[in-house]
Ligand binder design. Structure first.
Ligand code: ZN
Ligand code: MN
Length: 258
C-alpha cells in the first residue's frame, strides 16, 4: 500500500478510504508568474503547496494537486501580464476551474476542504468559484461539505513581521511581490532556485491609488520586484513558515473541530 499526504500519489481506493475516514483536503491556488530576475516563476506554487503539505501532515489531511495557473497578474500587485513567463487564466476561466475542482471533491465525499490562496489576484475569484460549487452541490443534495478559504500570508504574528522588517518598512501585502517575504520563504524552501546576486534595486514601486488602462510606461519597476528584497534570508523564511503552519493548523483545527 502506498501512503502519502499527496492525493495524486494515492490510488483511488486509498484516497477513498482517507476521505471516508474524514481527512481534510488542502487545495492551493497558485500561479505561474514572474517573481523578479532572482526567483523562479513557481513562487506562487511552491510556497502555498509547502504550507498545505506541512499543515496536512499535522492534521492527518491530504494535499490535492495545486492549481499552477492563476488569475491575470495586475500591475499594482504582481507586475502585470507583460513579463515573459507570466502565464495566466482569465478570471472567468479561473472561477470555473475552482468551481469544478471543489464540486468534484464534494462529489467524492470530501467533508472538509481548505482552499489556500498563493497568488494575490486569486482571492476573490476563488470565493466566487467556491460559491458556484456550493450552489451546484446543494442542487445535488450534497449539503455536508465545509470549505475554508484563506490567504497564507495573513497567518503571521505581528512580532514576526516586526523581527523581519525594519520599523515602518512593511510595504503591505500587495507590494510584497517577489520581495522580502516571498524571497525569504523561497530561500527557506527551495534555496537552489534563488539567486540573491540578481536581486534588483529598482524598487520600491510607488503606485497611485487607482488602476489605469493601458498601463503607463514605467508604471512599476522594470524588474517586476515591487518592494525591496535585499534583506531576504532563509532564517526569515523559516520564521514566516513556522507562523503560517502553526496558525493555519490552529485555525483549521478550530473551524473543523478536528
Ligand atoms: Zn507571488
Ligand atoms: Mn502572485
Amino acid at each position: 500500500m502506498v501512503d502519502s499526504v499527496f492525493m495524486a500519489e494515492l490510488s483511488w481506493p486509498e484516497y477513498q478510504a482517507k476521505i471516508e475516514a474524514g481527512a481534510p483536503v488542502f487545495l492551493a491556488l497558485g500561479a505561474t508568474e514572474q517573481h523578479g530576475p532572482h526567483s523562479p516563476l513557481s513562487v506562487d506554487v511552491v510556497i502555498p503547496t509547502a504550507v498545505c503539505e506541512a499543515v496536512a501532515r499535522r492534521v492527518g489531511g491530504l494535499v490535492a494537486p495545486t492549481v499552477p495557473y492563476g488569475c491575470k497578474s495586475k500591475p499594482r500587485s504582481g507586475g502585470g501580464e507583460s513579463f515573459p513567463g507570466t502565464t495566466s487564466l482569465d478570471v472567468s476561466t479561473f472561477i470555473l476551474v475552482v468551481r469544478d475542482i471543489v464540486r468534484a471533491l464534494g462529489r467524492d465525499g470530501v467533508k472538509r476542504l481548505v482552499v489556500v490562496i498563493g497568488h494575490f489576484e486569486n482571492g476573490w475569484p476563488a470565493v466566487e468559484g467556491i460559491d458556484l460549487a456550493f450552489r451546484e452541490l446543494a442542487r445535488e443534495g450534497i449539503a455536508d461539505m465545509k470549505v475554508m478559504r484563506l490567504e497564507y500570508w495573513d497567518f503571521v504574528h505581528r512580532a514576526t513581521h516586526e523581527r523581519i522588517f525594519a520599523p515602518g518598512s512593511f510595504p503591505g501585502t500587495e507590494l510584497e511581490h517577489a520581495s522580502l517575504i516571498e524571497t525569504s520563504l523561497m530561500l527557506h524552501l527551495r534555496p537552489e532556485l534563488v539567486e540573491m546576486d540578481k536581486v534588483p534595486a529598482d524598487g520600491p514601486a510607488t503606485f497611485p491609488a487607482y488602476d489605469i488602462w493601458p498601463t503607463p510606461e514605467g508604471f512599476g519597476p522594470p524588474s517586476g520586484v515591487l518592494a525591496d528584497a535585499r534583506g531576504s534570508s532563509a532564517e526569515k523564511g523559516r520564521l514566516l513558515m513556522d507562523d503560517h503552519v502553526a496558525l493555519i493548523t490552529e485555525a483549521v483545527t478550530a473551524a473543523f473541530n478536528l
